[in-house]
Design a protein around this ligand. Structure first.
Ligand SMILES: Cc1ncc(COP(=O)(O)O)c(C=O)c1O
Length: 382
């Protein structure tokens, strides 16, 4: 049995060791600014990884979503559909633009956007002549949504899709990278993500010319002119050349990190296979998630504890865990926003009431993971 001295964390940055060399390069070139050779290299490496011709790196995933919505021409009063089971950053940028969110439930097979609920919402919106200007589909915990169905519905109604792949770099659907199915795809390099630049994000687009436009908007919409010329609103969203250096080194180990996250998930699945009250997050056959966080649900009738009780009990044993996302339609911030449930009821709320994310750091040892699994089994059996 492992003697615990310090907390087993949920997910912490895991450096490759090469980061400082690239940071040093920025210092040697005295290019301590947004843009620069590290930014170019990081963008090229992201584009190659995602099999697209270009990618723009920006200061955060939230900024990337904001720019995608701006590029889609979203304005005050427009409607935006968004997965309800997500982090608030998926939808905050719609609020920055004065748009009104409508939340779409999850379905049980992926925990991501329910095509059934999306169809209901689109039918209603069409009847009211209020079709949304965008659908933000979130690949939650690195897991692919049912993209064939979602893209088919979006095409039928002529609505652009923004894939929030903030948590899903390195995940695939039908063997293609997540983030490349919609009109725009965004990634996050926040500290807890599968790779990190401490803070940062990226945007990829179906139309490569949109990436040029992204860089323009992210640089205060400064026109090419010998003086400072601006025709439209812009943002200061470019990524620092120093931080991009971290990104280059992190990209070099992305596949290793994905493999380790998947191995951690597989070990949990194996370890809990004889516990009928525990179900690990499901996955579509045609998808391969990066398993950014290993998430599970408990059967609430068999386990007489709330996820919060379990989280607190784990904390007492030096184990960090997290409740699943509290759905957006249950947030005070969005109390007036419409919500469309899946055909079996409010799936996202049920997930929130019965689920937990377990430690998923790529530095976690087998001994530590065994300790976590023993602790979970003991807590839920009491
Ligand atoms: C689903 C989701 N969307 C968007 C974001 C925003 O990314 P960032 O923190 O880089 O702004 C995050 C992560 O923080 C996220 O988990």
């Amino acid at each position: 049995m492992l003697k615990k001295k310090k907390m087993i964390p949920l997910a912490v940055p895991h450096m490759s060791g090469m980061e400082e060399a690239y940071i040093q390069k920025a210092f040697q070139e005295n290019w301590i600014a947004p843009l620069g050779s590290n930014v170019d290299q990081f963008e090229a490496s992201l584009a190659a990884y995602n099999q697209v011709s270009d990618a723009a790196v920006v200061s955060s995933g939230t900024a990337a979503i904001h720019l995608a919505l701006e590029l889609l021409g979203i304005r005050a009063g427009d409607t935006v559909f968004c997965s309800t089971f997500t982090f608030v950053a998926s939808i905050n940028p719609a609020l920055y633009l004065g748009a009104k969110p409508v939340f779409i439930d999850s379905e049980e097979e992926t925990w991501c956007m329910s095509p059934y609920a999306l169809q209901k919402a689109l039918e209603d919106a069409k009847a009211k002549n209020q079709l949304p200007k965008a659908i933000i589909v979130v690949h939650i915990y690195g897991q692919s949504a049912k993209m064939d169905e979602i893209i088919a519905l979006a095409d039928e109604y002529g609505i652009p899709v923004v894939e929030d792949a903030a948590e899903a770099l390195g995940s695939t659907y039908q063997q293609a990278p997540l983030g490349t199915f919609g009109d725009f795809g965004i990634f996050s390099f926040n500290g807890n993500k599968i790779i990190t630049t401490s803070g940062g994000g990226a945007l990829v687009a179906k139309q490569p010319e949109k990436i040029k436009k992204t860089r323009f908007l992210a640089s205060q919409s400064k026109e090419e002119a010998p003086y400072y010329l601006h025709h439209q609103v812009g943002y200061n969203y470019r990524l620092s050349n120093v931080l991009a250096g971290i990104g280059i080194a992190q990209m070099e180990v992305l596949d290793e990190r994905v493999a380790k996250k998947q191995a951690i998930f597989a070990a949990y699945k194996e370890g809990f296979k004889d516990i009928p009250s525990v179900t690990m997050m499901p996955e579509l056959e045609e998808a391969k998630g990066n398993r950014w966080l290993s998430a599970m649900t408990f059967c609430d009738e068999a386990v007489k504890k709330t996820p919060n009780d379990i989280m607190e009990a784990l904390k007492e044993q030096g184990i960090d865990s997290r409740l699943l996302w509290k759905p957006m339609h249950k947030q005070p911030l969005f109390q007036d926003a419409p919500f469309y449930a899946h055909e079996t009821g409010d799936v996202a709320s049920k997930l929130f009431q019965t689920g937990l994310c377990l430690p998923s750091s790529t530095q976690m040892t087998q001994e530590e993971q065994d300790y976590v699994m023993d602790a979970v089994k003991t807590i839920i059996s009491k």
